[in-house]
Write a protein that binds this ligand. Structure first.
Ligand code: FMN
Length: 367
C-alpha cells in the first residue's frame, strides 16, 4: 500500500485501474469479466444512472449515522462484502485480509465455498461472517460444509442459486483460466474438490462446476438445507418477483437480488431494475439485499430507496485486496463509508431509515 495518501485511489473506479496494474492478466480477467457480451455487467451500472436523487433542504442535519442492522446484527454501514472465490489469487493474504478489514469496519464478510483459506482459518480472524454455500452433488460434502460453518460461528448461510453451471466467461475460456500453483479450494482438505485443475479445453472452473455442483437443485433442496441447519438461509441470485415469493415460502429468512455481477446469464435484468418488484413481492416477509455494480455512495442510497436493506460489493474490494491486502480492502470500505455519509447529509437525512422511495425519481423532468 502506498504510504503517500495522495497516491491512493480516490474512488472505487480508480481501484480497478490500480488492480489491473498489479495483477497477472489471467487473474484480472477472472475478476473483471462477465458472461458473453457482458451486457448485464454494463446494465448493472447503467441502471443506477436511470434514477436521480431528490434531496431535501434546510433540515438542519449536522451529524449522520449510517449504521443499520441485517437479520438483527448491527453493522456500521449498509455495505457487506459479497462472496468471491479464490482470493489468494489476488493477494497472498487472501480471505484473511478481507476478514480482518471487514471486522475493522464492523461489517459482514460472506465467505465463499471456493475460498482459498479454510472456514476455520477465516473464522479465527473474522468479526461477523456469513458462509456462502455452493451445493455439491455429493450431499455429504454439503452437510459437512454447513456443519463446519455453523461450528466456526457463521451467522447465516448464503445459498447461491444462480450457478447450476458457470456462465460462459469468454476471457476465462481464452486464458484457459486456472489457479496459480499452491492456490487451492481450501475447504476441501484432501478431497479431489480441492484442485481446480488446468484444463486445456478452456477455463478450469467451467469443468469443475459442471462436474461438482448439483444442477438439479430445486426449491425443495432449500427446505432440506433449512432442515439441516439452524442458520438463517439467504438465497443469493433472485431476480424474478415470483422467485422472491417462492424463496420465503421455502424457508428463506432474507434474500439477495443478484445476477452474480453479470457473470452468469448474460442479458439478465440489472439488479436495480429487478429490485422494486422483488421488494414488493416480498411483502415485508424478509429483508432484501442487492449486489451488482455498486461503486458509489449514491448507488447505495438509490438501492435503499428502492427497497434494499443493505448492499454487497464484489469486485471493488477484490481490487482493494489486490492493490494493498487488508489495507486495500479497508480503504475501499472507507471510501464508500465516507461517500455514503456525505451523500446522506446532502440528501438532508441524519439516518438511513429516512431514505425512502420519495428520495429517488426517474431520470428526466420531475412529474
Ligand atoms: C472474482 C469474483 C468471484 C466470485 N465468486 C463468487 C462465489 O464464490 N460465490 C458467489 O455466490 N458469488 C461469487 N461472485 C459474485 C459476487 O458474490 C457478487 O454477486 C458480484 O460480484 C456483485 O457484483 P459486483 O462485482 O459488481 O459488485 C463472484 C464475483 C467475482 C467478481
Amino acid at each position: 500500500m502506498a504510504e503517500d495518501q495522495a497516491m491512493l485511489p480516490l474512488n472505487l473506479h480508480e481501484y480497478e485501474a490500480a488492480a489491473r496494474a498489479v495483477l497477472p492478466p489471467m487473474a484480472f480477467d477472472y475478476i473483471a469479466s462477465g458472461a458473453h457480451d457482458e451486457e448485464t455487467v454494463r446494465a448493472n451500472r447503467a441502471a443506477f444512472a436511470q434514477w436521480r436523487l431528490l434531496p431535501r433542504m434546510l433540515r438542519g442535519v449536522t451529524e449522520v449515522d449510517i449504521s443499520t442492522t441485517v437479520l438483527g446484527q448491527r453493522i456500521s454501514m449498509p455495505v457487506l462484502l459479497a462472496p468471491t472465490a479464490f482470493q489468494r489469487q489476488a493477494h497472498p493474504d487472501g480471505e484473511l485480509a478481507t476478514a480482518r478489514a471487514a471486522k475493522a469496519h464492523d461489517t459482514i464478510f460472506a465467505v465463499s465455498t471456493l475460498a482459498t483459506t479454510s472456514i476455520e482459518d477465516v473464522a479465527a480472524q473474522a468479526g461477523a461472517w456469513w458462509f456462502q454455500l455452493y451445493v455439491y452433488r455429493d450431499r455429504a460434502i454439503v452437510r459437512e460444509l454447513v456443519q463446519r460453518a455453523e461450528a466456526a460461528g457463521a451467522s447465516a448461510l448464503v445459498v447461491t442459486v444462480d450457478l447450476p453451471r458457470t456462465g460462459r466467461r469468454e476471457a476465462d475460456e481464452r486464458n484457459r483460466f486456472a489457479l496459480p500453483p499452491g492456490v487451492v479450494a481450501a475447504n476441501f482438505a484432501h478431497l479431489p474438490q480441492r484442485e481446480i485443475a488446468k484444463d486445456d479445453a478452456g477455463s478450469a472452473l467451467t469443468g469443475y462446476i459442471a462436474a461438482q455442483l448439483d444442477q438439479s437443485l430445486s426449491w425443495k433442496d432449500l427446505e432440506w438445507l433449512a432442515g439441516i441447519t439452524k442458520l438463517p438461509i439467504i438465497p443469493k441470485g433472485i431476480l424474478a418477483p415470483a422467485d422472491a415469493r417462492l424463496a420465503f415460502e421455502h424457508g428463506a429468512r432474507a434474500l439477495i437480488v443478484s445476477n452474480h455481477g453479470g457473470r452468469q446469464l448474460d442479458s439478465a435484468v440489472a439488479t436495480l431494475d429487478a429490485l422494486p418488484a422483488v421488494a414488493q413481492a416480498a411483502q415485508g416477509r424478509g429483508e432484501i439485499y442487492l449486489d451488482g455494480g455498486i461503486r458509489r455512495g449514491t448507488d447505495v442510497l438509490k438501492a435503499l430507496a428502492l427497497g434494499a436493506r443493505a448492499v454487497l460489493i464484489g469486485r471493488p474490494y477484490v481490487w482493494g485486496l489486490a492493490v494493498g491486502g487488508e489495507a486495500g480492502v479497508s480503504h475501499v470500505l472507507s471510501l464508500l463509508r465516507e461517500e455514503i455519509a456525505l451523500d446522506l447529509l446532502l440528501c438532508g437525512c441524519a439516518h438511513l431509515s429516512e431514505i425512502d422511495r420519495s428520495f429517488v425519481v426517474p431520470t428526466g423532468p420531475l412529474a
